[in-house]
Ligand binder design. Structure first.
Ligand code: URA
Length: 215
């Protein structure tokens, strides 16, 4: 049986993250303040892999990308492209359902300054690996940013030199699986227009096209 870790199955592999969670729990005891588990059905064909929960977003609400700017952008596109049903309202009781799509993070605990360190990314890779192995119908993984991209390559034992991260890239991982890349939809990337809404929408349009060609 695959065991996904989450609040009821805690993890203390990363001392820095464990301490930071305890600190946040004192500051905002009403928040989730634990590892954030994935959202969406395990039978989905699309898996979106973010970086790590935000302190006031997923770490607070307990659902990936819920409660921060990056989430507003991501869930907006998911709705436009038919990967969600219902109205996204920045809290976990909004009744939002994902359609054929699941969202997770390369690192499941909130890191200080939104920056996980190498050992934390590596330690958390086991959970991403379990996640991917459990998704029997998986066809596309969408990596939001290079850290996510590298974490996915690590799961498959693939070299970064052979599968370079690039916004808009589509890498074939094996007969059944593709890895798509996009810049992360963070507030910083959107404000600096490294990533625009149109660029992000184009990625989801490509995903739709690829999914229909694969099924
Ligand atoms: N929220 C998440 O859950 N993950 C990210 O990568 C960013 C914000």
């Amino acid at each position: 049986m695959t065991v996904f870790y989450g609040p009821s199955n805690p993890c203390n592999i990363c001392p820095r993250l464990y301490c930071y969670l305890q600190e946040l729990n004192k500051k905002q005891p009403e928040g989730h303040n634990g590892p954030v588990t994935s959202f969406g059905a395990i039978e989905s064909q699309l898996l979106i892999v973010g970086l790590a929960p935000g302190a006031k977003g997923a770490n607070y609400t307990g659902r990936p990308f819920t409660g921060d700017h990056a989430g507003d952008v991501l869930y907006g596109q998911l709705s436009t492209f038919g990967f969600s049903k219902g109205i996204f309202k920045q809290h976990i009781n909004d009744g939002l359902e994902l359609i054929n799509c699941r969202i997770t993070n390369a690192v499941r605990c909130v890191p200080p300054q939104n920056k996980p360190i190498g050992s934390e990314i590596n330690s958390c890779n086991i959970y991403l690996s379990q996640e991917i192995a459990a998704m029997k119908k998986l066809k596309i993984i969408l990596s939001l940013g290079k850290i996510s991209h590298d974490a996915v390559l690590k799961v498959f034992g693939l070299k970064q030199s052979a599968y370079k991260f690039a916004h808009g890239a589509q890498h074939q991982i094996n007969d059944d699986l593709w890895l798509f890349d996009t810049y992360h939809c963070s507030r910083y990337n959107m404000n600096t227009r490294r990533l625009t809404e149109d660029m992000f929408a184009a990625i989801f349009s490509n995903i739709q096209t690829k999914l229909s060609s694969l099924s």
